[in-house]
Design a protein around this ligand. Structure first.
Ligand code: SF4
Ligand code: SF4
Length: 348
């Protein structure tokens, strides 16, 4: 499996990494089998997060006795010192390791959040202390907003940036990637298959193979998925003329209905977390049912019912998405899924 240098971390990691979100959805046995298959294929980069429920623990069980040579990356959404400390400790325990290769401040989504995480007494400082103590080797950031990602790179406080990159969302491929190169920051492409919206893995992977210094971490749920992607890596890297045509066709088809989670549509006058509602079909493919139908998401869908139809969000969406129409569809999908989920719970 091809390895590349991950920016200033100086670490050599496999260009194909493993994204650990979807293994929350399967049984523990299946999750461990997926991680074992990744190791067997020579993948050394495993990514997870404190927020991905069982993911860290399952990866920890799968890599027991096999830690050497792996590049373990995890993250924390916390925005205060105490919680970052708690998350870091938990990650070490769950992963069964005495150090984490890359610890990332997760989903830093606006200027205020960036300011908070880089405060000299804030979350990044906790990770810096952990780095001095040998518990963390490198510090990164993950983000969906291009301006915030660029600002984060310019601070020179992060060794890597994780940002969405695929042939549907390619905002990061120009200025952000070139900034990363200038600052020697490793670029990790999240959502290489657009969070499951792109069914054609060959085209999605080949699109990204044009960037020699970018690591891809597709979220993997089952063994055949990672086997298929690993096969694509071994085959011809260039897209055929037919594949290029197909990519354009998919772009046309999804282009008018695909939310990039950029949040340019905010602020919603009713306080609705629009991108969560808009991404529902996507998230429904990756997240466990308990995450979709209880807690934060369930609350977001209740909030969505307060839409006043003002249309301001649509004026701001750079992709001209019919937000109100799509939100209504997704609310119906969510209600039907929730009913089904509750029936399942009741029959247990
Ligand atoms: S149309 Fe609805 S979702 Fe859009 S800004 Fe207005 S209240 Fe918010
Ligand atoms: S609806 Fe449009 S503006 Fe809002 S997050 Fe999605 S793509 Fe971005």
């Amino acid at each position: 499996m091809e390895k590349i240098r991950l920016g200033r971390t100086e670490m050599m990691v496999t260009k194909l990494g493993f994204g650990g979100i979807p293994i929350q959805r399967v049984s523990e046995e299946e999750a461990i089998a997926v991680v074992h298959k990744c190791l067997e294929l020579g993948i050394n980069y495993l990514d997870t997060a404190n927020g991905y429920t069982t993911s860290e623990e399952r990866i920890g069980k799968a890599i027991k006795g096999k830690r050497k040579g792996l590049f373990l990356s995890t993250k924390s959404l916390a925005r205060n010192r105490e919680d970052v400390e708690k998350h870091l400790k938990l990650s070490l325990e769950r992963l069964g390791t005495d150090y984490i290769d890359l610890y990332q401040l997760h989903n830093v989504s606006d200027a205020k959040a960036l300011e908070t995480v880089i405060d000299p007494n804030g979350p990044r400082a906790v990770v810096e202390d952990a780095k001095r103590a040998g518990l963390v080797k490198h510090i990164g950031i993950t983000c969906h907003q291009i301006d915030i990602a660029k600002d984060a790179v310019k601070t020179d406080l992060f060794e890597t940036v994780m940002f969405p990159l695929n042939f549907m969302s390619y905002e990061g491929r120009d200025e952000l990637l070139s900034l990363c190169r200038q600052h020697d920051v490793g670029f990790i492409a999240m959502k290489p298959l657009a969070g499951g919206m792109i069914d054609n893995a060959a085209i999605a992977v080949k699109y990204l193979l044009q960037f020699p210094d970018v690591v891809l971490i597709p979220g993997i749920e089952r063994v055949p998925e990672i086997e298929e992607i690993a096969r694509i890596f071994k085959g011809p890297k260039e897209m055929t003329a037919g594949e290029k045509q197909e990519m354009e066709r998919i772009r046309q088809e999804l282009g008018t209905r695909f939310c990039r989670r950029c949040d340019y549509c905010q602020p919603c006058t009713a306080g609705i977390p629009i991108s969560d509602i808009m991404s529902f079909p996507n998230l429904a493919k990756r997240l466990p049912l308990v995450r979709l139908y209880t807690g934060k998401f369930a609350e977001a869908f209740v909030k969505a019912l307060e839409c006043t139809d003002c249309g301001e969000c649509e004026e701001r969406c750079p992709y001209n998405l019919p937000i109100r129409e799509m939100m209504q569809e997704h609310v119906k999908m969510h209600q039907a899924g929730k009913l089904e989920y509750e029936k399942q719970l009741a029959s247990r």
